[in-house]
Design a protein around this ligand. Structure first.
Ligand code: FAD
Ligand code: SF4
Length: 488
């Protein structure tokens, strides 16, 4: 289909790929919700792009993808060229096409918004899935090995993006992770109905084909010291993520049947993918409780972000009789993607907005029986533009539940071993990078660089990818400077 039809966006509505029917999802199907476009659908949807000359979509995309250009290549069925173009800005395009909150990023700023934005994420996924299935791989023929080696701590999106860019610059990247598989939260956080774990396995093959090495099941600061890394490698990149749980300090949060979100999702992800559910626990949750059987239970999830949405939709697939999400602000203020909220609703999740939890209540045998909440109204906006939830006196009520999952968010914490290596952080646990006189992403130890959630706080896959990619550019620049200084 040629894009030369000027009003194609009017003739052809926006259409997402088909979804797994809701009856299968609620019956426990963990497959990726959105299927893949076939060639005709991808070309039709790509042809809706106006090529508007000032592509807001590219500006809003954190990695600044060349979106109109690859949409044009899709229409011309030049998929391998489109994949090469995708990778020129984004080391993990098939992952971002699946998990980005496009309604807040590229698609949310598409000129066609009124007529239905171009389905950018689904086309990105189509390009890379198709290209990889038909033998495309990154072309590193002209890359010359520099002989330099960089250790990457953390195989999440920041670490993987950094490894990709270092390999393309001829630098040997060796990625360490405490877990038994790569991906970080892509593997052990985001459920498989949003991201099939084979996608990560395939990306591992691509990276290994580029010469990237993985040393998994190795915890830096415990199994291997950062001093050992600094002795063996020319530089180190830290992409260790954000795993410090936001503690709401709710009375009763230690009761039986109350779970923090991440151990719940991690154990569940291990079970769904056939891994050992008792594999290496998450830092801070070494004594994590075993996953309770949710079949037939009333599950209450506290929190309205992406993590909360993943918990409610996982609970549905685990056979819970009733799943409720309680959030202290209104629906418009929810931090999660609107698309995920719509999917959760369709799967039968009940949302209670303007409900602030006060305490978790115990029954006779110390089992949780529910959460006392108070209704709220939104007050004036704070310095960040967010309106605070204010309790309405006398509106307390009990929400009954057999299992309560707490999903209040995460922040990073600076480990002692990094501090001992001279890496400075802020009070909120974020690693400080790029201070005056330093390169972007360089820390107070000149040989240590950092990016992703460990630096910016819990955020998005695509922002972690952008930081890993750009940190690699700084590392390459710094290694070049160091080499020149040594030669002088
Ligand atoms: P991570 O992905 O956390 O990876 C860090 C890695 O470092 C981990 O593998 C960890 O094991 C490893 N590590 C840590 N310390 C050490 C050590 N000492 N030694 C060795 N290895 C170590 N974002 C989206 O864009 N879309 C979504 O739909 C979405 N859903 C989410 C759902 C959940 C449940 C959560 C928690 C987050 C979600 N996010 C989502 C956010 C996104 O996953 C993160 O922002 C992103 O993964 C951050 O990437 P990262 O590489 O910085 O860190
Ligand atoms: Fe959109 Fe994310 Fe792809 Fe950028 S990387 S084009 S924001 S889906």
């Amino acid at each position: 289909m040629s894009r030369k039809q000027p009003f194609q966006f009017l003739d052809l509505p926006r259409q997402m790929p088909q979804r797994i029917p809701v009856e299968l999802r609620v019956a426990g199907d963990w497959g990726e919700l959105y299927q893949r476009f076939d060639k005709a659908d991808a070309q039709y949807q790509a042809g809706r792009c106006l090529d508007c000359g000032n592509p807001y979509c590219s500006w809003k995309c954190p990695v600044h993808n060349a979106i109109p250009q690859w949409l044009q290549l899709v229409q011309e069925d030049r998929i391998h060229e489109a994949a090469t173009l995708c990778h020129s800005t984004n080391p993990l395009p098939e992952v971002c096409g699946r998990v980005c909150p496009q309604d807040r990023l590229c698609e949310g700023s598409c000129t066609l918004e009124e007529f239905g934005a171009v389905t950018i994420g689904a086309v990105e996924k189509y390009i890379v899935d198709t290209a990889l299935a038909t033998g495309w791989k990154p072309d590193l023929d002209t890359v010359q090995a520099t002989g330099q080696r960089v250790a990457i701590i953390g195989a999440g999106p920041a670490g993987l993006a950094c490894a990709d860019r270092l390999a393309r610059a001829g630098v040997q990247a060796v990625v360490f992770d405490r877990y038994e598989q790569i991906g970080g939260l892509l593997q052990f956080g985001i459920p498989s109905f949003k991201l099939d774990k084979q996608v990560i396995e395939r990306r591992r093959e691509v990276l290994e084909g580029m010469g990237v090495q993985f040393r998994l099941g190795v915890e830096i600061g415990k199994d291997v010291s950062v001093d050992d890394l600094l002795a063996e490698f020319d530089a180190v990149f830290v992409g260790t993520g954000a795993y410090r749980y936001t503690d709401g300090g709710l009375p009763g949060q230690d009761l039986k049947g109350v779970l923090p979100a991440l151990p719940f999702l991690v154990q569940n992800s291990r079970i769904v993918t056939g891994n050992d559910p008792g594999g290496r626990p998450i830092a801070g949750w070494e004594d994590q409780v075993a996953l309770p059987d949710l079949a037939g239970k009333r599950v209450l999830v506290l929190g309205g972000g992406d993590t909360g949405m993943d918990c409610v939709r996982s609970a549905i697939r685990l056979g819970a009789a009733r799943v409720t999400c309680a959030y202290r602000r209104d629906e418009a203020s929810m931090p999660g993607s609107a698309r995920e909220v719509a999917n959760a609703r369709e799967e039968g999740v009940r949302f209670l907005f303007n409900r602030q939890p006060l305490s978790i209540e115990a029954g006779a045998d110390d089992e949780v029986i529910g959460v006392t909440v108070v209704e709220t109204e939104l007050g004036p906006a704070d310095a960040n533009g967010r309106r605070n939830a204010q309790a309405i006196e006398g509106s307390e009520s009990l929400l009954e539940a057999d299992v309560v999952i707490i999903a209040f968010g995460f922040s990073p914490s600076l480990p002692a071993w990094l501090q001992a290596a001279g890496v400075e952080g802020r009070n909120n646990g974020r690693i400080i990078t790029g201070d005056p006189g330093l390169l972007p992403y360089q820390t107070s130890n000149a040989r240590v660089f950092a990016g992703g959630d460990a630096v910016r706080g819990a955020d998005l896959v695509v922002t972690a990818v952008a930081e890993g990619r750009d940190a690699a550019a700084s590392i390459v620049q710094w290694l070049g400077q160091a080499k020149a200084a040594n030669a002088a």
